[in-house]
Design a binder for this molecule. Structure first.
Ligand SMILES: Cc1cc2nc3c(=O)[nH]c(=O)nc-3n(C[C@H](O)[C@H](O)[C@H](O)COP(=O)(O)OP(=O)(O)OC[C@H]3O[C@@H](n4cnc5c(N)ncnc54)[C@H](O)[C@@H]3O)c2cc1C
Length: 601
């Protein structure tokens, strides 16, 4: 069984040495509450809850949910753990004070979610989806809706869902058919079937609040005719108590490859009473609030998979013995050397470690941007909000797709390190692979994220956010290029940055002549971007580690290992980007020249 240990040393290194969260918190509302003592206490308590309460439920939760005539029972222990979570006030940690939250910075919530999601991603999906519902109601709901729904959601007494997908469409939401007919009293009758709804039904809370995409009777076709509704499982009385049952019922739950403890529901809406959120026909725009939160949340799954599979593989590589080291016996008192002496086993372990730590750095940087975005919102500073939204919007598809692809790869390495035993359920390593595959699919597949990045954020955005990120990296290069110890990394970073720009311009040029070029280039482009972004964050971590060593502060072995992991990343993972760079500028021809009907077998 894998016992999760929160990587507090690495988390603290990022928030103190690399990103200076204390300075960052000075400039954002709620930040004054996040004193070093408060942050330490939160990290410690979130680590304890994740390690002691959630981690032991990860493998047992694989037994899955049970469906019985519309009701869903979650795996043993999930309900009790949720009770403790609510009691601890965790759901409202970063929610606005006026709706019952503690108003702490969003970034602290991300760190908490990372620990929870790494210890037990499947359990974490229940409160995780609720956070997205809360954000959507906060950003787009009326004051009455906020009072009615946001407060109990913030307390964790209720949970929320996101109901987009229908049998005929998941990516192409323009095809949504669910109907919303005005009841004449300000409410709407919602009718239709939604599928794959995570947490659509469960036994953790008394109430479930569905956020649903549906069409008004006179709505234009496609994405311009979709509106957003709140549909509670139980109607809510004037005094906030629960009323009669709304006709929104779970028809069944899916049998899946993984995340068995998360209920994935078919939800049938049969004239269920719903309430419009935001303007008519602007539902998809409002839903983006939910989707962006959920996408950043999903990138946590990639980081978590890398961290947990590393934590599972490392002790095994230290204990299992096989043959002798190629460079001479390392443990002569033993019958054979431990796996960890072998370069190829080290390659796998270091890949997991570099992905987990590099991904964590990318995530925390994005979390700081999210703090700044929310700060602008609370100041009513729309221009700054939009600027931050653009910056975060540029990073989001990379975080979501690149980190989940790499997290999945790391989970595979975890199984490989165990050899044949990795394939055996008892060890828990194969479960991480099964549970992580979904991260590459939901909240927009890797292919769809790649189109969003290259098509919408880079090309349609006229390279604005792309240029801003480049300026950031260039600034770093300029600052450090004359430092002897940083030179090798800076030199490579410079080269890849140039290649990123030239590749982007070349794709833009080619796409003018062939529209398929964007789709053909997109996934390689996203992966290339991901590797270069991660290189920048590894260089920043190396820089902070060198400074700490120079000042002789803290744990020298930790900082030295950080530098060595950065060197590994630049030597053995970053060069993969070259392959993507070559492929992303190839014409679409070889993908498109075979006629559909000739794809035969
Ligand atoms: C376990 C699980 C939980 C889920 N939870 C939720 C939830 O809580 N709420 C919710 O609403 N949905 C949920 N989903 C649905 C999920 O978000 C969708 O399955 C996903 O977005 C993909 O949509 P699809 O299945 O319709 O695939 P399709 O849209 O049919 O895509 C099929 C393939 O075609 C590719 N593709 C599609 N269009 C394009 C294009 N234009 N260009 C290039 N490639 C394209 C895709 O990348 C993919 O590889 C969940 C799904 C699962 C399996």
């Amino acid at each position: 069984m894998i016992q999760y240990r929160a990587p507090l040393a690495d988390i603290k290194f990022l928030i103190n040495d690399v990103f200076d969260f204390q300075n960052h918190y000075q400039a954002i509302p709620g930040g004054e509450e996040a004193t070093p003592e408060m942050v330490d206490a939160i990290l410690g308590e979130a680590a304890r809850f994740s390690e002691e309460v959630l981690s032991p439920l990860y493998q047992s939760g694989d037994e899955g949910c049970v469906f019985n005539d519309g009701d869903v029972t979650t795996p043993k222990g999930f309900r009790e753990a949720y009770g403790q979570y609510v009691e601890g006030g965790w759901q409202g940690m970063s929610a606005p004070v006026e709706y019952g939250g503690q108003g702490l910075p969003l970034s602290l919530g991300v760190i908490k979610s990372e620990m929870i999601g790494t210890a037990n991603w499947v359990w974490g999906m229940y409160p995780g989806l609720s956070l997205g519902a809360m954000n959507t109601i906060y950003m787009h709901g009326s004051e009455e809706q906020k009072q009615t729904y946001l407060v109990p959601l913030t307390e964790g007494r209720w949970t929320g869902t996101m109901c987009l997908t229908e049998p005929q469409c998941g990516t192409d939401l323009g095809q949504v058919k669910t109907k919303a007919v005005p009841n004449g009293d300000g409410s709407y009758a919602i009718t239709g079937t939604k599928i794959f709804i995570s947490s659509g039904e469960h036994d953790l809370t008394e109430q479930i609040v569905h956020i649903v995409l549906a069409r008004l009777p006179d709505a234009p076709p496609g994405t311009k005719g979709i509106s957003l509704f709140i549909v509670p499982k139980f109607n809510v009385n004037q005094d906030g108590s629960l009323g009669d049952r709304n006709p929104v019922v779970c028809g069944s739950i899916e049998e899946k490859m993984g995340i068995h403890g998360s209920s994935t529901c078919v939800m049938n809406f049969d004239g269920a009473k719903g309430f419009l959120i935001g303007p008519e026909n602007k539902g998809l725009m409002c839903m983006f609030t939910f989707m962006n939160t959920a996408r950043i949340g999903t990138s946590i799954q990639g980081v978590g998979a890398a961290e947990l599979s590393f934590q599972g593989a490392l002790p095994y590589a230290r204990e299992r013995r096989s043959m002798r080291s190629l460079s001479g016996t390392k443990q002569p008192e033993q019958i054979a050397d431990a796996l960890i002496v072998h370069p190829d086993v080290r390659r796998m372990l270091l890949t997991q470690k570099a992905i987990a730590e590099g991904g964590r750095a990318m995530l925390y940087y994005a979390a700081q941007l999210a703090d700044q975005m929310m700060a602008a919102h609370s100041r009513d500073d729309q221009a700054e909000y939009d600027r931050m939204d653009d910056k975060l919007g540029f990073l989001t598809p990379v975080l979501k797709a690149f980190l989940t692809e790499l997290g999945y790869e790391a989970a595979n390495h975890g199984v490989q390190v165990y050899g044949g035993h990795g394939f055996i359920k008892e060890w828990g390593m194969e479960q991480i692979i099964r549970d992580t595959q979904i991260a590459k699919l939901y909240e927009g597949t890797t292919g769809v994220q790649a189109l969003d990045l290259l098509g919408r954020k880079v090309l349609l955005g006229k390279l604005k956010s792309f240029n801003e990120f480049h300026a950031l990296v260039k600034g770093f290069i300029k600052q450090h290029e004359n430092r002897a110890e940083m030179k090798p990394m800076i030199k490579q970073l410079k080269r890849y940055l140039l290649r990123w720009r030239l590749g982007t311009l070349r794709i833009a040029y080619m796409a003018r002549k062939d529209r398929d070029m964007v789709g053909a280039a997109s996934v390689d482009y996203l992966m290339f971007s991901g590797y270069v972004m991660m290189a920048y964050f590894w260089a920043r971590m190396a820089d902070s580690a060198y400074s700490a060593l120079k000042q002789q502060q803290g744990d020298a072995a930790f900082y030295q290992t950080k530098i060595h992991t950065a060197e590994f990343y630049f030597d053995r993972l970053l060069p993969r980007a070259k392959g993507h760079a070559k492929m992303m500028v190839k014409p679409a021809k070889t993908l498109m020249q075979i006629a559909d009907e000739h794809f035969s077998f």
